[in-house]
Write a protein that binds this ligand. Structure first.
Ligand code: IMP
Ligand code: MG
Length: 182
């Protein structure tokens, strides 16, 4: 039986920004930080689908606490690579967040509109504590004042893919984070 040809990797348009090893080291540090901050207490890791799914999976295994998972999904109106700013919830949480320690886990903090909106959604549940974790932070793009409590890497205003992040649903499964050339 002859081997199937390797699928062509879309590498020409991609430039490595963070290797899997660099990401793993940073995620381990964030996990240790969360473990210290909530020492001995249970936490709910609340991921924002789909982009944060891989970050959440790795972050969860770097946290030495009693942790449960839940997920939110949002859609932003309009097309294009960036969110339009008008966000709507397409999947709400499964369990009540009342009196829980919640870590909202997002891939990128960009304009801040998505996380500001989701923070309001979560706050309506009256959690005991709410912290924001974002793997990437693009402070230059911020349109509303919001900061992550746990931020992985600060990057300039450039579009990235991989490690859960997409461009038109592609590239989420790349193990590193890449700059997507125009
Ligand atoms: P915000 O509401 O502008 O903060 O948008 C955050 C969301 O926009 C993220 O959760 C991503 O889904 C998306 N996003 C922003 N920048 C990028 C990027 O460089 N690559 C992939 N998605 C991005
Ligand atoms: Mg996203």
């Amino acid at each position: 039986m002859s081997a199937l040809p390797e699928p062509a990797l879309p590498t020409p348009k991609l430039r490595l920004l963070y290797s899997p090893e660099q990401i793993a080291a940073r995620v381990a540090a964030l996990g240790a930080h969360i473990t210290r901050d909530f020492a001995g207490q249970p936490v709910v890791l609340l991921g924002v689908l789909k982009g944060a799914s891989i970050f959440l999976a790795d972050l969860a295994r770097a946290i030495r606490l009693d942790a449960t998972f839940d997920f939110l999904a949002v859609a932003s109106y309009g097309q294009g690579t960036y969110s339009s700013g008008e966000v709507r919830l397409t999947k709400d949480v499964d369990e009540s967040l009342h009196d829980r320690n919640v870590v909202l886990v997002e891939d990128i903090l960009d304009t801040g509109l998505t996380l500001s909106y989701l923070r309001t959604v979560v706050q309506a549940h009256h959690p005991r504590a709410l912290r924001l974790a974002a793997l990437l932070d693009k402070p230059d793009r911020r349109r509303v004042p919001i900061e992550a409590d746990y931020a992985g890497f600060t990057i300039p205003d450039q579009f990235v893919v991989g490690y859960g992040m997409d461009c038109a649903e592609r590239y989420r499964n790349l193990p590193g984070i890449y700059l997507l050339a125009e």
